[in-house]
Design a protein around this ligand. Structure first.
Ligand code: UT7
Length: 329
């Protein structure tokens, strides 16, 4: 019997309308377009002025269901990766299922920051591969503007809001998720975190006054870990699967910094033409970056293409997924 693989059968993104440019940011904090562009590659990012993460997820998943001809009640499972849930509980996956009438699905939120989508994709694939489920939706969504301090120039220029979602279904041609390597190191919490609002530092007048509900990042430290680990794990998954740079059609990297993306592509021996990049338009949307890349490049993807998805983020969390694209659009 041939092994069931989990193929991506559709991809859809959602971006809020408001465009926050480097020029506008330079009127808010002491920064400028030249610094942001040369240090990060970002030109603009989208901001969700009204609404929550679930609203962006609805935008993506509604389109996904339509595109894949899926009735909401046929979805078995929803895995929603985010660090900006609507509430501490219930889960945003629950809220999403309710808003879209996915009555027969159960779901959960997955916290792995910028690696959320690859963690979710790998997890979702297991439910398809075992034969347990036929339709699994994996969402990556973050409303980073809800946890960013727009007086802190070291973080506010980097992040943006957005969502993307994929449908996973059984594939009998061996396409879809082939392999993954996922890693984490909790010591990384010292360098990138949202210190307030959890059980350690519950919301109080003091946590608000100390701005503990905003993202705190030691950029230089995180950069060092990100460059090394994202490049290493991407090379490792190639070696593990006997892939040369010629065998890889696309690198789909987390969009945190163009310099980290370049270092990863170099380590893998891939030319720029094989690297998905949209950081200039959306910045770092945390769990949203990878599905938003796939969405932007969907028309260029061909059935059978080999893709390496690779990410590094808060936790620390990092990893890579090797997948074969399952359809022509
Ligand atoms: O996605 C999750 C994982 N996160 C990442 O992968 C992010 C990794 N880190 C980075 O991408 C980079 O470290 C940053 C883009 C965050 C910062 O770039 P950097 O080249 O590491 O800059 P830096 O933090 O070393 O700062 C260099 C200088 C400093 O000034 P001095 O001390 O040299 O006078 C900063 O104060 O740049 C200054 N600076 C800014 N200047 C203008 C910091 N932020 C800004 C800004 N505009 N927005």
């Amino acid at each position: 019997m041939s092994k069931i693989t989990a193929g991506i059968t559709g991809i859809q993104g959602y971006l809020p309308e408001y465009v926050l440019t480097n020029e506008e940011l330079s009127t808010i904090v002491d920064t400028n377009d030249e610094w942001i562009t040369t240090r990060t590659g970002i030109k603009e990012r989208r901001i969700m002025k009204n609404g929550a993460s679930s609203d962006m997820a609805v935008g993506a998943v509604e389109g996904l269901l339509e595109k894949t001809g899926t009735a909401p009640e046929d979805v078995d499972l929803v895995i929603l990766a985010t660090v900006t849930p609507d509430y501490p509980f219930p889960s945003t996956a629950n809220v999403l299922c309710d808003k879209l009438g996915m009555k027969n699905a159960w779901g959960f939120d997955l916290i792995a920051a910028c690696s959320g989508f690859i963690y979710g994709l790998s997890t979702g694939a297991q439910f398809i591969e075992t034969g347990k489920y036929k339709k699994v939706v994996v969402v990556g969504v973050d409303k980073m503007s809800s946890i960013i301090d727009y007086e802190d120039r070291t973080t506010c220029v980097i992040f943006g809001d957005g969502a993307g979602a994929v449908m996973l279904e059984p594939n009998e041609e061996g396409l879809g998720v082939q392999d993954f390597i996922l890693r984490s190191d909790g010591a990384g919490r010292n360098y990138l975190l949202q210190p307030g609002g959890g059980s350690l530092n519950p919301a109080s007048a003091e946590t608000v006054e100390k701005k503990m509900h905003f993202v705190k990042q030691e950029g230089k430290q995180v950069f060092k870990f990100a460059v090394t680990n994202m490049a290493e794990v991407s090379a490792e998954i190639m070696e593990k699967n006997n892939l040369t740079s010629d065998d890889v059609d696309w690198l789909v990297p987390h969009q945190a910094n163009l310099r980290i993306i370049d270092a990863t592509a170099n380590r893998m021996g891939l030319p720029k033409e094989k690297v998905m990049i949209n950081i200039e338009k959306y910045g770092n949307t945390t769990a949203g970056t990878l599905p938003l890349c796939l969405w932007d490049y969907e028309k260029q993807l061909k059935k059978g293409d080999s893709l390496i998805l690779s990410a590094f983020g808060g936790g620390f969390t990092w990893g890579a997924v090797y997948l074969k694209w399952a359809y022509n659009s």
